[in-house]
Design a protein around this ligand. Structure first.
Ligand code: SF4
Ligand code: FES
Length: 241
């Protein structure tokens, strides 16, 4: 394939009454990603196209967007892998569009901040570092790979009808600290994710897990968080995980 057509949902809230689709013909070459295509458009066809990116290597989480039917990182998605002459791109859902594919991540960060995404130890600072056993560290495997791209947040069906829902990434992070042997804020953390907009609102739909570019078991981790809360609050016979 030597050329593809990008169909991009564009919207500038300052000047447009509603979003509209614009098309761009983009020449392709081996190894070219969707992000490369967006840069081509910006550099050669329309310099006003807005999108976010940074590392171009699947690390920073900046370039998540809806590409040909699902959420993906534009920098990790090769055009050839989509096997289509048309590349349809639109911004992430559940976040205000600032311009075109560039969304305001503040609602995502507010929920993330709410769960206190940092270690809260119960004792004085260690002289050098807080050590963990290999088994204790193993509880954090995979769960710490989150790059905060927001794809799970955008794909979550519950966010469609509950704007206050904490969402998958924040709940995943809550479970990450709940699982950490060095953290002592279990009661406080349970309060932060309890309630009608918290962990119980997850309906185990698995949308988040399907789109996660790091293949994290998000839905499973939220289920473990629920189980841990039940074990700690109402049924101590359940073992903490
Ligand atoms: S859990 Fe996955 S999809 Fe969600 S923010 Fe982290 S990396 Fe992105
Ligand atoms: S630009 Fe950093 S993850 Fe895509």
């Amino acid at each position: 394939m030597s050329e593809v057509t990008f169909k991009i949902l564009r919207y500038d809230p300052k000047t447009d009454k509603k979003p509209h689709v614009e098309q761009f013909k983009v020449p392709t070459k081996s190894g070219m990603t969707v992000l490369d295509g967006l840069y081509y458009i910006q550099e050669h066809l329309d310099g006003s196209l807005a999108f976010r990116s940074s590392c171009r290597a699947g690390v920073c989480g900046s370039c998540a967007m809806h590409i040909n039917g699902t959420y993906r990182l534009a920098c990790e998605t090769q055009i050839s892998a989509l096997n289509s002459a048309t590349i349809k791109v639109r911004p992430m859902a559940h976040l205000p569009v600032m311009k075109d594919l560039f969304v305001d991540m503040d609602p995502f960060w507010e929920k993330f901040k709410h769960i206190k995404p940092y270690l809260i130890p119960g004792d004085e600072p260690a002289e050098k570092e807080r050590l963990q056993t290999t088994d204790e560290r193993a509880h954090l495997d995979r769960i710490i790979d989150c790059i905060l791209c927001g794809a799970c947040f955008a794909s979550c069906t519950v966010n469609n009808y509950d704007e206050e829902y904490l969402g998958p990434a924040a709940l995943l992070k809550a479970q990450r600290f709940f699982s950490d042997s060095r953290d002592a804020a279990i009661e406080e953390r349970m309060d932060l994710v309890d309630g009608e907009h918290g962990v119980w609102r997850c309906h185990t739909i698995f949308n988040c897990q399907e789109v996660c570019p790091k293949e994290i078991d998000i839905t499973g981790s939220i289920a473990v968080l629920k189980r841990n809360m039940v074990a700690n609050r109402w049924s101590p016979s359940l073992k903490k995980q």
